[in-house]
Design a protein around this ligand. Structure first.
Ligand code: FAD
Length: 504
């Protein structure tokens, strides 16, 4: 059946780029529909290293535009969502035989200055023999540099953008795949298939193809007569170990192959280590770390940390593929991380804009550029508005987060301080909506373990597009890491019971 009222914009893909564009367009008054074939952030956008960063190493590839834009965005995003984004200090050891000390210093000088850094502290030299690094790093490492970047809860950043888009009127449909795209006169006809296998045909005056690793596939549906081979898929994997060191700074290690590997404090109890750059062919829906990648990551860490790690000590891993624009670079690490647009806009026919590459860090600016590029003269306003517009729960000053947490901990004394800290990090000022009128822990309903309660799950279902236990455990949160099998199963059972009750 055809819905006759066309959408102004159909966005295909609920990764960071799709939701960023949907939010921006909805805020300009567009009637937007976003479809995501799985859950929000199911693919690359929850598999990143989770850094809002300029990308220090891109300076070596002369990607100054990208680094500058990323550094400007770093502080902007920090201000828009200080609950899910926070400053992190990185320690870069100087190692004999690799990049010389003066080159590291020069790179970091540029890094400190080309992006208008205001909030974050500058680079300094550190003695690696002193605490807290002396007990952690190999004896040969004497001198290093400490610089700033930011951490981001990547999957939550996606969800907050989708929530904001929805609040501005966008129709966000998860577990809904675009299975057909056809130009008909002034509009696109799109077939959207939901999780029950039912297909609805909608019309839209413009399409954004933000399908990440599947962007060429979507182009194939829209223009089957042409060849579409613009993508270079580069797989990257991470391993998670029980804490490898007990302080709150991250390490960036130089590898002998000129790549870098991070070791980052993760989820209070763990260390996140990665990543790799491996050419990828195959089904991007089902990817996992290979033995070679695990060995590569462990070798890199063992070069630098006193403690030795082996792949079987890792408690979890995750992998993603970077949907990069194929610039014909020979090396997977040097393919541009910058974004590229392809606009198809024949006279008298509706446009489609495809997005290649990009980073979590640059999503907001990418969305602005995309809407500038996509001709939609019928929009209420063409003015960019998202710079500095807080994301849901982020309406507090940078630097006030700790005071906010203390306030919440004393207001909700019946909730453990650790759980309240986690809730504040996840939901920011929306913590009030999660806790609601609860006056005791018992009021929060069933306790699934690791501080997750029925009330929080209810909030996630009502407000954050959650449909399954997996959405809760691995994307809206990482509570899956903190729960045992029985606890995870109790949440799955709860969802199964709920589904059965709804079907009855
Ligand atoms: C290992 C690794 C580490 C990284 N680290 C960082 C980092 O630290 N910082 C940083 O800034 N960036 C980082 N990145 C880059 C960043 O993660 C990606 O650039 C970004 O997530 C890409 O987002 P996207 O929206 O284009 O793609 P995706 O997140 O993959 O989203 C595309 C979505 O489209 C959906 N889709 C596809 N086809 C259809 C269809 N027909 N109908 C409906 N939906 C469809 C998919 O299901 C998918 O969810 C990293 C990437 C990798 C792989």
């Amino acid at each position: 059946m055809t819905d006759d009222t066309p959408y102004d914009l159909l966005v295909i893909g609920g990764g960071i780029n799709g939701v960023g564009i949907a939010r921006d367009a909805a805020g300009r008054g567009a009637k937007v529909l976003l479809c995501e074939k799985d859950d929000l952030a199911s693919h690359t956008s929850s598999a990143s290293t989770k850094l809002v960063h300029g990308g220090l190493r891109y300076l070596e590839h002369y990607e100054f535009r990208l680094v500058r834009e990323s550094l400007i965005e770093r502080e902007r995003l920090l201000g828009m969502a200080p609950h899910i984004i926070w400053p992190l200090r990185f320690v870069l050891p100087h190692d004999k035989g690799l990049r010389p000390s003066w080159l590291l210093r020069l790179g970091l000088f540029l890094y400190d200055h080309i992006g208008g850094r205001k909030l974050l502290p500058e680079t300094k030299t550190v003695d690696l023999r002193a605490a807290p690094h002396g007990d952690v790093l190999e004896e040969r490492l004497v001198k290093g540099f400490e610089y700033s970047d930011c951490w981001v809860e990547d999957a939550r950043l996606v969800v907050l953008n989708a929530m904001d888009a929805a609040q501005r009127g966008a129709d966000i449909r998860t577990r809904t795949a675009c299975v057909g795209l056809d130009r008909r006169g002034q509009v696109w006809l799109a077939d959207l298939k939901d999780k029950h296998g039912e297909t609805q045909r909608i019309s839209a005056r413009a399409v954004v193809n933000a399908a990440g690793p599947w962007v060429d596939g979507v182009l194939g549906k829209a223009m089957p007569e042409k060849q579409h081979q613009n993508l270079r898929l580069v797989k990257g994997s991470h391993l998670i170990f029980p804490k490898l060191f007990d302080h709150d700074q991250a390490y960036i290690f130089q590898n002998k192959d000129d790549r870098i590997v991070f070791a980052i404090p993760y989820e209070r109890e763990f260390t996140l280590v990665g990543t790799t750059d491996v050419a990828f062919k195959g089904d991007a829906n089902t990817i996992e770390i290979s033995d070679d990648e695990s060995a590569y990551i462990c070798d890199a860490i063992n070069e630098y940390l006193k403690v030795d790690v082996a792949p079987d000590q890792a408690i979890w891993s995750y992998s993603g593929v970077r949907p990069l624009y194929d610039d014909q670079s020979r090396n997977n690490s040097t393919v541009t991380r910058d974004y590229v647009f392809e606009l198809d806009n024949p006279e008298g026919a509706p446009p489609i804009l495809s997005i290649f590459g990009g980073k979590i860090t640059t999503y907001r600016k990418l969305a602005e550029h995309a809407l500038h590029k996509l001709p939609m003269p019928w929009l209420e306003t063409q003015d960019a508005w998202t710079a500095g517009a807080d994301l849901p729960g982020g309406d507090m000053e940078v630097g006030q987060f700790d005071a906010f947490v203390s306030d919440m901990q004393s207001r909700y004394e019946w909730c453990s301080a650790d759980v309240m800290l986690r809730l504040c990090r996840a939901y920011g000022t929306l913590v009030f909506a999660v806790v609601g009128d609860a006056k005791s822990w018992a009021d929060m309903g069933q306790d699934f373990g690791a501080g997750l309660t029925e009330r929080e799950v209810g909030y996630l279902i009502d407000g954050e597009f959650v449909q399954t236990a997996e959405d809760v455990l691995w994307r809206r949160s990482k509570l899956g890491l903190h729960m045992n099998d029985a606890e995870r199963k109790s949440l799955e059972d709860w969802f199964a019971k709920r589904g059965a009750a709804a079907a009855a």
